[in-house]
Write a protein that binds this ligand. Sequence first.
Ligand SMILES: [Zn+2]
Length: 181
Amino acid sequence: MSTIIQKLREYLDKAEAEQLSQLDRLVASTGLPVVRDQKTGALIWVDVRELRLRFQLSVNRISKFIEGLSQERLYYTVCKRCGSVYFPPQADCPKCKASDMEWREASREGELITWTVINVKPASFAHNRDYVVGIVRMPEGFNVTAWVDADPRTLKPGMKMRLVVGKRAGEGYLTYWFRPA
Ligand SMILES: [Zn+2]
């Protein structure tokens, strides 16, 4: 069985191969990698050199959050100086500039505020079926934006939602999402 990284690469390579062969034909016929935007008609240079980019983000200062996921727990931070609450957790308080945070474990239930169904997906999520993203208000006073594992027709504002931490099918790494409680 191929991994998610292999599957994603195959999907993106296939989509890109078609674009690149169009670009090849264009360069051969006009001598320039210049196309017209389909909507506006504006001229666009499509660089033939490929830039590969994989994001790397430091999680060193929120290592408690990473450890929490591996124990299937979700942690947030509270500023010890001004009491502001942060999720996703922050190591520095943007409000009072202090860097003295207390780590606390989030409870497992919240209330659904709103949600949307994602039909047009970013390329890196294109292998997924349409999915629901919701905002859930947690009793500790912060909101969590995450996928909602439910039929969107059954959702209602104020519904109790259960937080799940685990490996989501499709990615295979630890993350968090909600389902109706
Ligand atoms: Zn603060």
